[in-house]
Design a protein around this ligand. Structure first.
Ligand code: SF4
Ligand code: SF4
Length: 138
């Protein structure tokens, strides 16, 4: 019996791979289905894709192996990103970096609100936060 898996993952494509038909090969060569949840380009011109990838377990593992070999960085959405409130200085550096708009400037209090429910755990804010207030948990 085939075992189906469906996982949400974040793919980061280095600049040299951004124009390559990498994801379409997942369908053609590995029988996987995908659903693009989010696509954007980071400030470093990396391509960022959030996908729900579905298929037979064996195909899935082979497809992930193919992506890694091609130089794509993969993160699972099973990790969680939180903010250490004591460290946050509300500097705002994270606001434009976050691809999903998880940080909002509250004009009344001049503070940055973190909406954890919007976070897809891409990790971009972690290195961008000067006082290292953003933390990743596995
Ligand atoms: S970059 Fe860090 S310190 Fe600045 S507002 Fe965002 S979470 Fe807070
Ligand atoms: S990890 Fe940071 S940058 Fe990425 S979605 Fe979550 S809050 Fe936004």
């Amino acid at each position: 019996m085939l075992m189906a898996v469906s996982k949400k993952i974040v793919l980061r494509f280095p600049k040299r791979l951004v124009d390559k038909p990498i994801v379409s090969r997942l369908v053609r060569d590995y029988n996987l289905d995908f659903n693009i949840l989010k696509a954007s380009v980071t400030p470093e011109e990396e391509g960022l894709l959030v996908l729900e990838l579905t298929g037979d377990r064996k195909d899935y593992d082979r497809g992930i192996g193919y992506l890694l070999k091609a130089g794509v960085k993969i993160q699972s959405l099973s990790q969680e990103v939180t903010r250490n409130e004591e460290r946050c200085t509300h500097c705002g550096a994270c606001v434009t970096i976050c691809p999903t708009g998880a940080f909002v400037l509250d004009l009344k209090t001049r503070s940055i609100r973190f909406r954890g429910e919007k976070c897809i755990a891409c990790g971009l804010c972690i290195s961008a936060c000067p006082p290292h207030a953003m933390e990743v948990h596995f």
